[in-house]
Design a protein around this ligand. Structure first.
Ligand code: FES
Length: 107
């Protein structure tokens, strides 16, 4: 759910864009971060931890913990809580972008 008209902050979300998460289109706004846009669209699982294979998602929301790593437009390990959305952006959970080649399992 997007808060399009905040009672204190007013209308801050005014430039709609379409982003693609796992090839599925979602509505977002230019002023949002990738993580905020995904959460507003009901997506909470951003990937899996490498070692324990546990779900990862938004944690600190300020670029400190790396829990929100995802693959954005072919770039691996993007902190999505710090990256703003752009029109047509393609986002995949960590380790699921078919175009990103990885050498090894990261352990
Ligand atoms: S949620 Fe901690 S770095 Fe993004």
């Amino acid at each position: 759910m997007h808060i399009e008209n905040h009672p204190v902050l007013g209308k801050q979300l005014q430039d709609p864009v379409t982003i693609y998460f796992n090839n599925k289109p979602y509505k977002a706004y230019k002023q949002q971060t990738v993580a905020a846009a995904l959460i507003a669209n009901g997506e909470k699982k951003f990937g899996l931890s490498r070692k324990l294979i546990q779900s990862r998602g938004l944690f600190c929301s300020r670029g400190r913990c790396c829990s929100c790593y995802m693959t954005v437009d072919g770039e691996d390990h993007v902190r999505t809580c710090m990256k703003r959305v752009e029109e047509g952006m393609e986002i995949y959970p960590s380790f699921e972008d078919p175009e990103v080649r990885r050498d090894g399992d990261g352990d």
